[in-house]
Ligand binder design. Sequence first.
Ligand code: PGA
Length: 236
Amino acid sequence: MIIAANLKTNHTRAGVKNYLDATSDFIDKSGARDRVFVFPPATALCESRSAVVVGAQNAYPAESGSFTGEIGSQQLDEFGIRALLIGHSERRHILGEGLDLVKRKFDYFAGLDYEIFFCVGEPPEIKEAGFDAVMTYIERQLDGIDLSYDRLILAYEPVWAIGTGKTAASEDILAVHGAIRRVCDKPLLYGGSVKTENAGEILSLENVDGALVGTTSWVSERFCALLEIANKLKKD
Ligand code: PGA
């Protein structure tokens, strides 16, 4: 399985260092077999550890240039970053990233062979409109994205479940993941209020190959507790 921590706008450089030390230590001692990724804020980007791949939460689709406030692949190269979140709902809905920019990011970083965590998920009003509306919405987000890209990892993260404590019901996760699986055979993560109380159930579901975790991942002990739950499931 793949378990990823999205630290969002939390932790300083020193905080991330402590976090990575504690998390890698835990993995080394516990012998966890899952692939673990941590996405720190851009100010704390650093090299990956043997047990933890460090990725970027965001980057602009250019090597360098005049893109005030953004970082490009040149800045990522400095830390050997090879994994990137693209299309996270906070970038789409809070920062206003449209389908076109998201697709340009995907094409650029796929061209550089990055491991891409591509996030999709519906806002609450679409969820209320029913399953067909949810799938039409997600299909639009996936339109033009190369679903056969070798280093693609998809993450289904319903917008209404992110940071709210409200997790999608298992039958909804099964239905959406099943539908995505029919068009894409790449790893498929669930994200949205994953915590120690529900991780066992969610990670056991068919077509759930791991989790993208926000809030619960921000404290290393809690993230390690999730890693322990995942490890016990003995799912590939
Ligand atoms: P959450 O965030 O776990 O706090 O819901 C998930 C995410 O944004 O990836």
